[in-house]
Design a binder for this molecule. Structure first.
Ligand code: NAP
Length: 323
């Protein structure tokens, strides 16, 4: 199978498309033919874990991801795809099922044509109203937003400010806060005001024009979804018992919350904002784009583009993989 392998920390040029052995599922695993994956800000962070960029985090992060070289040489944190085979002990999924999920804790990421994942891992049926492209972009940003916002125990009518509302986590946070009944203010730049309004924000604040910490509005919850503001900045516009949440703390992904996201999507309360898509061969360019820090929502890698290319070169008739 084709996969993008990256063994050394550093520039995007280290991401190399290679042919490697297709994995075989263990008895509790499913083999998934990946249709789409994404390049997240986290993928770029891990690939670039070189000095002096992250000098304070470096020792801890290198311990987690590999001291000298990347321990997990195939990056990629989320995917959508179709189950091709299931181990003998798998009860919940069967070949032909369309699924989406994350690769957290696995020794292979999703920049590949196939992956084996435990059937009881962070894996759920793909939302039936989403394409593979859309569904691949939901797990990481969606789970992160849902986990943080649940911590705030939002009550209907509360005022919630999402700082960095145009990124992956931010676009899901706006929609999930609305689902909890909040009155949502989204902070983003001028070019993204329309986008943030379109996903449900009641108010938008252009951070290039207005400093929200100097405004008159006072919030019940402030969620910094891009890690750019401090608790001290937030404190001035938080109610006395208000809550400040920052993306800088680590979350634990929960399988049942992926099922919640599936239901939110199917009930029309959650959409995936897709900035652009690239084929697997374009992954270095995709990394360079995400690295700039200005993507709108998500950047998706379309694996079907890869299989289409190889099928056409073999003279096989093209077929559509999207539902
Ligand atoms: N804690 C966890 O478990 C966890 C999980 C997932 C992600 N993360 C981290 O969370 C952060 C956000 O992830 P992401 O995928 O949502 O990022 P992202 O999509 O790459 O964020 C890009 C967005 O942030 C906006 N932005 C950039 N600078 C801004 C500023 N100063 N003020 C307001 N908005 C700004 C950009 O819009 P403009 O350019 O128009 O401003 C762009 O739309 C990353 O650091 C990621 O590593 C943490």
């Amino acid at each position: 199978m084709k996969a993008v392998v990256c063994t050394t920390y550093g520039s995007a040029e280290g991401l190399q498309l290679q042919s490697i052995t297709k994995p075989t599922p263990k008895e509790n695993e499913v083999l998934i033919k990946i249709q789409a994956t994404t390049v997240t800000a986290g993928d770029v962070f891990v690939r670039k874990l070189t000095l002096p960029l992250y000098v304070f985090l470096w020792p801890l992060a290198r311990f987690a991801f590999g001291i000298k070289n990347l321990r997990k040489s195939i990056l990629g944190h989320e995917f959508s795809g179709e189950i091709e085979a299931a181990g003998s002990a798998v009860k919940d999924f069967a070949p032909g099922d369309h699924v989406f999920g994350t690769t957290t804790g696995l020794n292979q990421g999703s920049y590949a044509e196939y992956i084996c994942v435990p059937a009881d891992g962070v894996l759920a049926p793909k939302p039936s109203n989403m394409t593979f492209i859309q569904a691949a972009a939901v797990p990481v940003g969606g789970l992160t937003a849902l986990t943080f916002l649940k911590k705030a125990n939002i009550q209907a009518g509360q005022k919630v400010l999402i700082y960095g509302a145009s990124g992956s986590v931010g676009t899901y946070a706006v929609q999930i806060a609305k689902h909890f009944g909040a009155v949502v203010s989204g902070v983003c730049s001028t070019t993204n005001l329309e986008l943030v309004e379109s996903i449900g924000a009641d108010h938008v604040i252009d951070y290039t024009q207005t400093d929200f910490t100097q405004g008159e509005a006072i919030y019940d919850v402030i969620f910094d979804a891009v890690g750019k503001i401090s608790s001290a900045q937030a404190k001035g516009v938080l109610k006395p018992n208000g809550k400040y949440l920052t993306i800088k703390s680590v979350i634990k992904e929960k399988r049942e919350e992926l099922f919640e996201l599936q239901q939110l999507a199917e009930s029309g309360q959650l959409t995936a904002v897709i900035d652009r898509t690239y084929p697997l061969e374009g992954i270095a360019e995709a990394h360079r784009y995400v690295e700039k820090g200005h993507k709108k929502g998500n950047l998706v890698i379309d694996l079907f583009k890869l299989s289409k290319t190889s099928e056409v070169s073999q003279g096989v008739t093209e077929k559509t993989s999207e539902v």
